[in-house]
Design a protein around this ligand. Structure first.
Ligand SMILES: C[S@@+](CC[C@H](N)C(=O)[O-])C[C@H]1O[C@@H](n2cnc3c(N)ncnc32)[C@H](O)[C@@H]1O
Length: 131
């Protein structure tokens, strides 16, 4: 498993939890911008969880897509953005517009099937069905 976060202050705290779980040999923590780190990951993934800066969700989706196995999942948090995604475009914040764009992108992607779970701030579950 790989984790990516830009905030180096989180590294030690997260590592303590990883050690408490006895998983320090199985999890690699990367500190830096996800858009720079994802292209360097030479691995295939069964599941990717996107929960970072909202304006880059579409980019992260495109960057990870070829690294996810057919049958694997791409999950994304905050896709409802506190309900803002259903407001008229001109009333949406920058982040809500980005989440709306992400939802539309997945709705139009013929290589996945997807479902939006309306729990908390909305989790989009996409399952890759084609290369
Ligand atoms: C809402 S928090 C979620 C963190 C974690 N998934 C959790 O549930 O605790 C969003 C995280 O995205 C990180 N982040 C923001 N921009 C980033 C970027 N360009 N690359 C990597 N991480 C980023 C922030 O540092 C922050 O920790």
């Amino acid at each position: 498993m790989h984790t990516i976060d830009i905030n180096e202050e989180l590294q030690d705290m997260c590592f303590r939890y990883i050690c408490d779980a006895g998983l320090e040999g199985r999890i690699t923590q990367h500190i830096g911008r996800a858009e720079n780190i994802i292209p360097e990951l030479d691995d295939m993934f069964d599941l990717v969880f996107i929960d970072a800066d909202k304006v880059n969700y579409c980019r992260y989706y495109d960057q990870v897509f070829d690294k996810v196995r057919v049958g694997g999942f791409i999950l994304a948090d905050n896709v409802l953005y506190d309900g803002e995604v259903v407001l008229p475009h001109e009333q949406q914040s920058k982040n809500a517009k980005a989440m709306h764009a992400y939802n539309e992108k997945l709705r139009n992607d013929p290589k996945i099937e997807h479902v939006l779970l309306p729990v908390r701030d909305g989790i989009m579950i996409a399952r890759k069905t084609k290369e």
